[in-house]
Design a protein around this ligand. Structure first.
Ligand SMILES: OCc1cccc(Br)n1
Length: 464
């Protein structure tokens, strides 16, 4: 065997150039398409670690896993509310001239499947999924075009116990990965606050989604721009003023003073905070009237998880009214109630709430907090033939071990022991199993415990 082989870096096994090399074959771009990511092993281990936590929390809360095609009819996402998610839709016409889109979110697919299943699925429906979502954004901002989202949804429960269960499940996830309430908090409000104000000014129902999408930009664009856009959709100067005033309310008590105590918004929020107290996660929550979320279909409680910024909360130049919700980091996750989404798909409405939790912002936060787990490839055994003619025997030994549930790295070529030890270290093997002629004649194989250098021989039948 070539002495120069190195399991840690040399290109052992490299082939002599094939017929195409040297011809006018264009070398392909080995990077993934703009805005997309590969997951080489070390990244895939972290992704699996995170997704396994998502799935385990979903199991703990009694949710069933579902999945949908990443490709959907464009019609699922063509809401007319000026949402960014619609402007950046990754849509195209397929070879059958159908308008299709790579899904930018998972909730419309869930609604589609629930409607398809109709009465055959008893309520409440509690489904979860982890799925890749897409957007087509001009790369001017160099942002990602895909991410994975964990979604949990409860369908058929009108009361805020559903929102409490969802918030509780996210707190459980945060605790499992080492995030505490000093790192992250939820800003909670209800769109019924806006609804009640708009009703006072007889703003027509069909403008509700548009108004919410505009207000969701309150942290991102100057407040004068917000006012301009609100007036452009038909709100009076007075309605705009009143809206912005109510959005800067700093407590539930103050909100109750402004809206009175008979409205649903106050009742829902008081009940939710009271449940959070009883369940034990109220210290993770804070009321923030300016949270509306950017999806048009939310109708009630809405929430976002943010990283607490430990910098002094100062009023930013754009929002002297103090709309600068602390911290510039994008929301870690967000969700809320969407009781009228189903009727926008031509079906009867069903009470619904859910959240989306992306795979990127949370990893940035874990990195920042030094909470990323150490994840390495580990195998139980590395099996090696000491002589060329024992390769088959070595493979048989490997399979005996595999049938016993051992993860086994079988050395596939004739290699120097030096190479084998290096490979054993790279794959973090516990044991080295050596298959040699003299041992084989005596019906045994050699075993070396790599952490202690203890070594012994063992009969094949006694291998465990
Ligand atoms: O959260 C908005 C979004 C949707 C799809 C893909 C990506 Br990256 N981001």
């Amino acid at each position: 065997p070539a002495e120069t082989d190195s399991p840690t870096g040399g290109r052992s096994g490299a082939l002599t150039p094939g017929p195409s090399v040297g011809a006018d074959v264009q070398k392909i771009d080995v990077n993934p398409p703009k805005g997309t990511r590969d997951f080489p092993p070390e990244d895939m281990r972290l992704r699996n670690w995170l997704f396994n936590h998502f799935k385990e929390v979903s199991r703990l809360y009694g949710f069933e896993e579902v999945d949908y095609p990443v490709l959907e009819s464009e019609a699922l996402f063509t809401r007319k509310a000026g949402e960014e998610i619609k402007d950046q839709l990754y849509c195209f016409e397929d070879r059958g001239n159908r308008r299709v889109a790579l899904r930018p979110e998972l909730t419309p697919s869930l609604a589609r499947l629930v409607i398809q299943k109709g009465k055959s699925v008893p309520l409440p429906i509690k489904w979860f999924t982890v799925g890749q979502c897409w957007r087509y954004e001009r790369m001017t901002r160099g942002r990602r075009r895909e991410h994975y989202q964990w979604n949990m949804d409860i369908i058929g429960v009108p009361g805020v116990m559903a929102e409490a269960e969802l918030l509780s499940s996210i707190v459980t996830l945060f605790k499992r990965i080492g995030i505490t309430e000093s790192d992250v908090g939820f800003k909670v409000s209800s769109r019924k606050v806006l609804q009640e104000v708009l009703n006072c000014y007889s703003v027509p129902e069909h403008l509700f989604g548009k108004v919410c999408v505009i207000i969701d930009k309150i942290e991102k664009i100057p407040v004068d721009e917000i006012k301009k856009e609100l007036k452009a959709v038909g709100l009076s100067q007075e309605a705009v003023q009143k809206l912005l005033q109510v959005l800067s309310v700093k407590s539930l008590e103050e909100l109750e003073e402004r809206l009175g105590s008979s409205g649903e918004a106050i009742a829902d929020l008081k009940q939710l905070f009271s449940l959070a107290e009883k369940i034990g996660f109220s210290k993770w929550l804070q009321f923030d009237a300016s949270v509306v979320r950017g999806l048009a279909y939310y109708t009630g409680i809405v929430f976002e998880a943010y990283q607490h910024s430990h910098a002094q909360p100062q009023l930013s130049h754009a929002h002297p009214q103090g709309f600068d919700r602390e911290g510039k980091l994008r929301a870690i996750c967000g969700g809320g109630r969407y009781d009228h989404l189903f009727s926008t798909f031509g079906a009867d409405d069903i009470a619904a709430c859910g959240f989306g939790f992306g795979d990127a912002v949370i990893v940035e936060l874990l990195k920042e907090k030094g909470l990323l787990p150490e994840l390495n490839l580990n195998v139980d055994d590395i099996v090696c033939a000491l002589d060329e003619d024992l390769q088959g025997r070595a493979a048989m030994v490997a399979n005996i071990l595999r049938e016993k549930g051992h993860s086994v790295e079988l050395v596939l070529e004739s290699k120097q022991l030096k190479w084998v030890f290096k490979r054993a270290a790279r794959v973090n093997a516990e044991r080295l199993v050596l298959v040699g002629n003299s041992e084989w004649q005596r019906g045994v194989v050699g075993v070396k415990i790599l952490s202690t250098a203890e070594q012994y021989e063992i009969k094949l039948d006694d291998l465990k």
